[in-house]
Design a protein around this ligand. Structure first.
Ligand code: FAD
Ligand code: DLZ
Ligand code: SF4
Length: 507
C-alpha cells in the first residue's frame, strides 16, 4: 500500500510540497504527457516541446534520486489521454491508498482533481504550492478588508515579510519603487548580451519529433529551440542574466527594438512557471548583485517587483476571482481576433514584428505584450475570450493563473478596474517613443488622420468615445476626455470615419 503522488507539467521542482515525506520504497510518483492538456487549447509547438522535454528531464532527475516514477510519454500505446484517466490507470495497476498532489495553477485542473476522490474512492490530499511567496489564503486575507487591490501595496507587504531590499524597517534607497527611472528607449548601437545556447540532447530531439508529427497544425515554430529544459541549465540562465543583463534591466525595461526580442529582459518566465527556478532564488540572486555593487537599485528593485509584486499579485487575483473572472467583459467587447495575430500579415510594423517574434520564439517581452499586442486588441474591442485563448496558446510561459489576469485585467480592462486603475490605452506616439518600429512602417506615426495615419492614433480616440459611458467617470481619464471635448468637430468626425473604415477592413 502506498501513496500516488501526481506531479503536473508545471510542477518540476524537487522542493515541491507533494514530494515532501515521500516514502521512496512505497510511494509512486506519476507523471503523464497527455493529449488533453496539449490540445485543450492548441499550444504553440515550441511550448509543447519545452513542457514535454522539461517533464522528461525532471522525471529522469527523480529516478536518479531513487524515487519510484511512473512516467507516461505522449506516444506510449497505453497512454489513456487525460490526467484523470491516467490516475485511474495508476490506481488500477498499483496498490494505492491515497493520492497527494500540489494545488494546480489552473481552476479547470483543480475542478477535475476535486472529482477524483468520489470517482476513485481514494482519499485525495491537495497541498499548498509553497513555491509561491504568498499563499492563496494569505492573499485573500490581504484583499478582504480592502476596497482597492493595488499591486503596489501588496508588493510592499511581501517585501517587508521576506525582508527584501530592506534596511531596518525602511526600503533601501528610501523609496519602494524606482519605476520613473525605468523608461528609456534603446539605441540600436547598444551591444546587447546574447542568450545562452543550449545543445539539444536526445530527449529534446525525441520530443521535437513527436510534437512535429502530432501537432504540426498548431501555431508556431519549433526551431530555433534555445530554451533550458533542466534545472541545471535554468540556473545557468539565471546566473547569466544576473551577471550580464540585470545592470540595464531597469533602464531598458520598456524599450522595443526590431529583431531584438529579449533585450535586457531576463527570459526566465518559462523556468519560473514550470518550477525549474524558484521565485525566491531569483529575488535573492538579484538582491545579492545589488549588495555586491554589480547592479544599480533601479534595476534590481524593478526586477524584484516583477517577481514578488506582479507575479504573486496576479496569482492572488486569479484565485480570488475565479471562476467568474474568466467571463468578465466590462467593456462588452466582442470583436473576433483579427487573423493578423496568427499570420503576421499587416502593414502595421509594430504588430507585424511582435506577432512574428511570438511565432518564432513563443516569447515576447512585457511591453510588446502590453503596449502593442494588447493595446491594439483593447482599442479595437477584441472579445476577452478570444484574446485570452490566443495569449494562452502562444507563449511558452502561459498558464491560466498568470495569463488571465494580465489579459483580462491589465490589457482589456475586462474586470472594470480591479487590477489596473485605468486602461493601458495609447496612441502611436508611445510605441514610437519606446521603439524603432515606426521607422519601417507603411503608416506615419506623426499623422493623425487619413490613409497615411498611424491607426493607433485615431483608434485611441475612437476607443475613448465608444466607451465613454463606462470610462468618463474615471478620474485618471478626466483630462483626456476634456481634451476630446475641446476638439474641433471636423477632427472628431475624421476620427470616427477613419476608425470605421479601418475596422471594417479588418479580417
Ligand atoms: P522579465 O521582464 O525579465 O521579468 C522578470 C519576471 O517577472 C518574469 O519572468 C515574470 O516571472 C515576472 N513578471 C513580470 N511581469 C509580470 C506580470 N505582469 N505578471 C506576472 N509575472 C510577471 N507572464 C507569464 O509568466 N505568463 C503569461 O502567460 C503572461 N501573459 C501575459 C499577457 C499579457 C497581455 C501581458 C501584458 C503580460 C503577460 N505576462 C505573462 C507578464 C510578462 O509579460 C511576462 O512575465 C514576461 O514578459 C516574461 O518575460 P521575462 O521572463 O523576460 O520577464
Ligand atoms: C501545459 C501542459 C501541457 C501542454 N501538457 C501537460 C501534460 O501533458 N501533462 C501535465 O501534467 N501537464 C501538462 N501541462 C500543464 C497543465 O496543462 C496545466 O496547465 C497545469 O498543470 C496547471 O497547473
Ligand atoms: Fe505601429 Fe503606428 Fe508605428 Fe506603424 S506607425 S509601427 S502602426 S505605432
Amino acid at each position: 500500500m502506498g501513496i500516488l503522488r501526481v506531479i503536473l507539467g508545471d510542477q518540476l521542482s524537487c522542493s515541491l510540497s507533494s514530494l515532501e515525506h515521500c516514502d521512496k520504497n512505497a510511494d509512486l510518483i506519476m507523471m503523464s504527457e497527455v493529449i488533453d492538456e496539449a490540445t485543450y487549447v492548441k499550444h504553440h509547438q515550441k511550448k509543447l516541446v519545452y513542457v514535454f522535454s522539461a517533464m522528461r528531464h525532471f522525471a529522469q532527475d527523480l529516478i536518479q534520486k531513487d524515487y519510484n516514477v511512473s512516467y507516461t510519454k505522449l506516444e506510449a500505446i497505453n497512454n489513456s489521454g487525460s490526467l484523470t484517466s491516467e490516475v485511474e490507470r495508476a490506481i488500477r495497476n498499483n496498490n494505492i491508498n491515497k493520492i497527494i498532489i500540489t494545488e494546480p495553477g489552473e481552476y479547470r485542473v483543480l475542478q477535475y482533481i476535486r472529482s477524483w476522490e468520489n470517482k476513485f474512492g481514494v482519499k485525495v490530499e491537495i497541498l499548498k504550492d509553497t513555491r509561491f511567496l504568498c499563499s492563496i489564503d494569505n492573499f485573500e486575507k490581504w484583499a478582504r478588508p480592502r476596497k482597492q487591490l493595488r499591486m503596489e501595496y501588496f508588493y510592499r507587504e511581501i517585501r517587508k515579510k521576506y525582508s527584501v531590499l530592506m534596511h531596518d524597517n525602511s526600503p533601501i534607497g528610501n523609496k519602494w519603487n524606482f519605476d520613473s527611472q525605468n523608461r528609456n528607449p534603446i539605441n540600436k548601437k547598444v551591444d546587447i548580451p546574447r542568450l545562452l545556447n543550449f545543445t539539444k540532447d536526445q530527449i529534446t530531439l525525441d520530443v521535437i519529433k513527436v510534437v512535429s508529427e502530432k501537432f504540426n497544425d498548431h501555431f508556431g515554430d519549433i526551431e530555433p529551440f534555445n530554451l533550458a529544459v533542466t534545472r541545471r541549465d535554468a540556473v545557468k540562465s539565471l546566473k547569466e542574466f544576473i551577471e550580464n543583463k540585470l545592470i540595464k534591466f531597469g533602464d531598458y525595461q520598456d524599450a522595443m527594438l526590431e529583431n531584438e526580442p529579449v533585450l535586457y529582459h531576463s527570459y526566465l518566465s518559462f523556468y519560473l512557471n514550470s518550477g525549474l527556478l524558484l521565485p525566491i532564488e531569483c529575488v535573492r540572486a538579484a538582491e545579492r548583485a545589488y549588495h555586491q555593487g554589480k547592479a544599480p537599485l533601479n534595476a534590481v528593485e524593478g526586477f524584484i517587483r516583477q517577481i514578488i509584486g506582479w507575479r504573486e499579485y496576479v496569482r492572488g487575483i486569479y484565485w480570488l476571482k475565479m471562476p467568474d473572472y474568466k467571463n468578465e467583459n466590462f467593456l462588452m467587447s466582442n470583436r473576433k481576433l483579427p487573423s493578423l495575430y496568427w499570420d503576421t500579415k499587416t502593414d502595421m510594423n509594430c504588430l507585424h514584428q511582435c506577432v512574428k517574434e511570438t511565432k518564432n520564439n513563443a516569447y515576447a517581452h512585457h511591453i510588446q505584450r502590453l503596449m502593442v499586442l494588447g493595446n491594439f486588441a483593447l482599442l479595437i474591442g477584441v472579445s476577452p475570450k478570444e484574446m485570452n485563448e490566443w495569449f494562452l496558446i502562444v507563449y511558452a510561459d502561459a498558464y491560466e493563473w498568470v495569463e488571465l489576469p494580465n489579459v483580462s485585467g491589465m490589457v482589456l480592462f475586462a474586470d472594470g478596474g480591479l487590477l489596473a486603475s485605468k486602461p493601458y490605452a495609447s496612441s502611436g506616439s508611445y510605441i514610437n517613443k519606446m521603439s524603432n518600429y515606426c521607422k519601417n512602417c507603411k503608416y506615419k506615426v506623426s499623422v493623425k488622420n487619413g490613409s497615411e495615419a498611424c491607426p493607433f492614433n485615431y483608434l485611441y480616440w475612437n476607443f475613448l468615445v465608444k466607451n465613454k459611458d463606462k470610462l468618463s467617470n474615471n478620474n485618471r481619464l478626466a483630462m483626456i476626455y476634456s481634451s476630446y471635448n475641446k476638439m474641433d468637430e471636423n477632427k472628431k468626425l475624421a476620427i470616427e470615419q477613419d476608425s470605421d473604415l479601418f475596422l471594417s477592413s479588418l479580417k
